[in-house]
Every structure is written in structure tokens, then in C-alpha cells.
Write a protein that binds this ligand. Structure first.
Ligand code: PLP
Length: 404
């Protein structure tokens, strides 16, 4: 079927909770994808910071194919080799002691939520149930994760899991004022991703650590977007030099296979004893083999260091856009290969992303006015240069249509 036929079918059959670009993708290689009619797109979205190794990476294809031919799923009634080895590799890379798996970012946040509450429940601190989270944060769409999410537009009409207080991101005074002995944990993104690619201000994460220590609360990092090399460190907390009590991972961990994880210190190992939390699919051999292939390629191909160097190249290109098109672009910001181009007031990121897509460049928006670049970590500097060029042409065309 061609694009038009599939789009017609999609409009009848898919539940209309998304607004995808008007073409249908069918294959990919590295940082390029093609639609069903053979049109090519340069992929700077990576499935929203997921496809760490790009598309159809040979080692990833080999590992996943071999695993599905060997053992696909057994459930947590039984150990599986890939699950044990992945837990060990993640603990070695991060310095944490324990790994628990799940299937998505939101599920990883649910696990953190339950871990924190149950940790204090198990210690008889029954009034320590509250969470401190941040305005503009994004933690996922399930009810616990949604309640932690500090952006009203995502929460409107859904109610909430009680017990979450939001304060401005970066405001340590507000944190100290809000944090009482009723708080189980502070939950924070080291860089707010969906909220507009906003790195934590200098000293903020260390200040959170100190505030949590002073109050006896846990510090939990949501590294769903920042984990697995994207910031130029394996994990964002390492880049910040701050040690949280647990972190949530997903997205880039599976490189496209849906897998999430939480990593915890040994002191939290008894918080969720058998029977208190789990999922049928969590840590299945296929997902764990995919994640192990990602970790292995990230290490052997030097993609963590690469994210730093390539990130600087991308940042320079985006700063060039700000200099050349000052009426359209306000600023560049971000870290490693998690970068944002802030558009001038009056511009809407979603409109630019839609226009770039039909021009052959896949991007995502973050917040109302930020164009986000989260390319595969295997991207080349030449591809980043091409992407910036395509975005420039798109912005120029849109600006001239607006008469500016
Ligand atoms: N946490 C952060 C920081 C995210 O960026 C996201 C997704 O964008 C999530 C959680 C939710 O992840 P998922 O969409 O896999 O549920």
C-alpha cells in the first residue's frame, strides 16, 4: 500500500490519540529512514531519544535475531541469563547495586514511586508518603508518573495520585521550604527533556542531594531521556557528580526494544520484596539481549565520548542558526546529543517539526517553542551538518511565507 492508502486506513482504524506526520515509515538504516514510497528522511528524532544505535545496526540486529531464535520470554517465575547479565552490566557501569526491569519509562517511574513509599512503609515510617517534583517536568503518562509530571496540560481531566507537591525547577529555596518529614522522595530529571531541554542550573542537583539528606528523603533521578550515553556520560548523574538513591532508565536502553529499568543502592534492596511489584514481560530475554547489544556497541564504538564531541558540533551548528536567523531562533541549549533550538516568540515548535518532516528531516518538539535534536548516538558530524542545513532551509521558507 502507498502512503495515501495507509493514511486513509489509519484515519479509520487507529485510535486518534496522536498526530503523526503524513507519511508511513517502513525501513531504516543508521540515521536514515524511508517511507513506503521510498522517500528518505534524516532521523534526528531517533524515536524520541530511543534508537541509540540508529536503525538496523548490524550487531543489534544479530543479537536480537539470535535471542529470539534461542529464547524469547519465560516470565519472572524463572531466571534468564540475559536478565542477570544485563543487571550486572548496568550496575558496573553506574555504580548502583541492584537492577529491576520493566517495559517503559512510565513504568520505571511507577517502580520508583512504589519503591520509595514501600521503603518507608517497611521501616514503619507510615507518614512518609509524599513526593516533591518539579514544574515543567515530564515523567510519563500512567497515573503515578502523570502525578509526578509538573505540566498541567498533560494532567488536565485525569485526577491524580495524591501526595505530590511541585516547585519550580532550579529553585533550591522552594525545595527546602517544601520538604518536610512527610516526604518520601524528591524526583528530578537531571535535564528536563520534554519540558524544553533545560539542563539543571549549576549546583541544583547537589543542593537536592543535601536537602534530601537533611530531611531523610530519597533522591530519585528520572534518567529515562538522559541515560545511556546521551549527555556524554553513561548517566546524567555521573555528569553532574551527584549520587541519587535510585534512577529510572528506558528509551535509549533498549535501542528500540521496549525495556526500562530502575537501578538502586543496596540499602533499598528490601523495599519491594517478592509479591509487591513486577510485570509479566519485565526483564525478558529478548529485551535484555537488545539492551546488552546497545550497551556493548555504545562501549566499543566510543559513543559516550562521541556524544560529547558530536554534541559540540551540533551546538555550533545551532548557534549558527541563531546568528543567521535572529528573528526566528532565540537560543541553543542542551548537553551532549540532547539539544534544543529555542524559537522566537510567536513560533510554534510543532509547526516547524511538521514542516521539516515533509522536507525530509525528522525532529521532535519539546515544550511549545523548542525544536529538539536527539539523534542516534551513531550519527556522524556530516549528518548533523546536513540536518542543521535542512532545518535552516525550512525555517527560511516559513519565515519568508510569514513575510519576515
Ligand atoms: N521520563 C522522562 C524524562 C521522559 O522523557 C519520558 C518520555 O518522554 C518518560 C519518563 C516516559 O517514558 P515512556 O514514554 O517510555 O513511558
Amino acid at each position: 500500500m502507498n502512503n495515501a492508502e495507509l493514511l486513509a486506513l489509519a484515519s479509520q482504524r487507529l485510535y486518534p490519540n496522536y498526530r503523526p506526520a503524513p507519511f508511513v515509515l517502513s525501513r531504516g538504516k543508521g540515521c536514515e529512514v524511508w517511507d513506503v514510497e521510498g522517500a528518505r528522511y534524516l532521523d534526528m528524532a531517533a524515536g524520541v531519544a530511543v534508537c541509540t544505535l540508529g536503525h538496523a545496526h548490524p550487531a543489534y540486529v544479530a543479537a536480537v535475531s539470535a535471542q529470539v531464535a534461542k529464547l524469547g520470554h519465560v516470565s519472572n517465575w524463572f531466571y534468564n541469563e540475559e536478565n542477570v547479565l544485563l543487571a550486572d552490566e548496568l550496575c558496573r557501569l553506574s555504580g548502583f547495586d541492584r537492577a529491576m526491569f520493566c517495559n517503559s519509562g512510565a513504568e520505571a517511574l511507577e517502580a520508583l514511586f512504589k519503591l520509595a513509599r514501600h521503603h518507608f512503609f517497611g521501616r514503619g515510617q507510615l507518614s512518609r508518603t509524599r513526593f516533591l517534583a518539579f514544574d515543567n517536568a515530564f515523567h510519563g503518562r500512567t497515573m503515578g508518573a502523570l502525578s509526578l509530571t509538573g505540566t498541567p496540560k498533560y494532567r488536565e481531566g485525569f485526577g491524580e495520585v495524591a501526595g505530590v507537591t511541585h516547585v519550580p525547577y532550579g529553585d533550591l529555596e522552594a525545595v527546602r521550604a517544601a520538604l518536610t518529614d512527610e516526604f518520601a522522595a524528591v524526583v528530578v530529571e537531571p535535564i528536563q527533556g520534554e519540558g524544553g531541554v533545560l539542563p539543571a542550573p549549576e549546583g541544583f542537583l547537589a543542593g537536592l542531594r543535601a536537602a534530601c539528606d537533611a530531611r531523610g528523603a530519597l533522591l530519585l533521578f528520572d534518567e529515562v531521556q538522559t541515560g545511556v550515553g546521551r549527555t556524554g556520560a553513561w548517566f546524567g548523574f555521573q555528569r553532574a557528580g551527584v549520587a541519587p538513591d535510585a534512577v529510572a532508565l528506558a528509551k535509549g536502553l533498549g535501542g528500540g526494544f521496549p525495556i526500562g529499568a530502575i537501578l538502586t543502592r543496596e540499602a533499598l534492596a528490601e523495599a519491594l520484596p517478592p509479591g509487591t511489584h513486577g510485570s509479566t514481560y519485565a526483564g525478558n530475554p529478548l529485551g535484555c539481549a537488545a539492551a546488552r547489544a546497545v550497551l556493548s556497541a555504545v562501549a566499543t564504538e566510543g559513543l559516550v565520548e562521541g556524544a560529547r564531541a558530536k554534541g559540540e558540533h551540533l551546538a555550533a551548528g545551532l548557534r549558527g542558526l541563531v546568528a543567521e536567523l535572529p528573528s526566528v531562533c532565540e537560543a541553543e541549549r542542551g548537553v551532549g546529543l540532547l539539544r534544543g533550538l529555542v524559537l522566537a516568540p510567536g513560533w510554534v515548535a510543532r509547526d516547524v517539526v511538521a514542516r521539516a518532516a515533509v522536507a525530509g528531516l525528522l525532529l521532535t518538539g519539546a515544550g511549545a517553542r523548542v525544536i529538539r535534536f536527539v539523534p542516534p548516538l551513531v550519527v556522524t558530524e556530516a549528518q548533523l551538518t546536513d540536518a542543521v542545513g535542512l532545518l535552516k532551509a525550512t525555517l527560511r521558507a516559513m519565515a519568508s511565507e510569514r513575510g519576515g
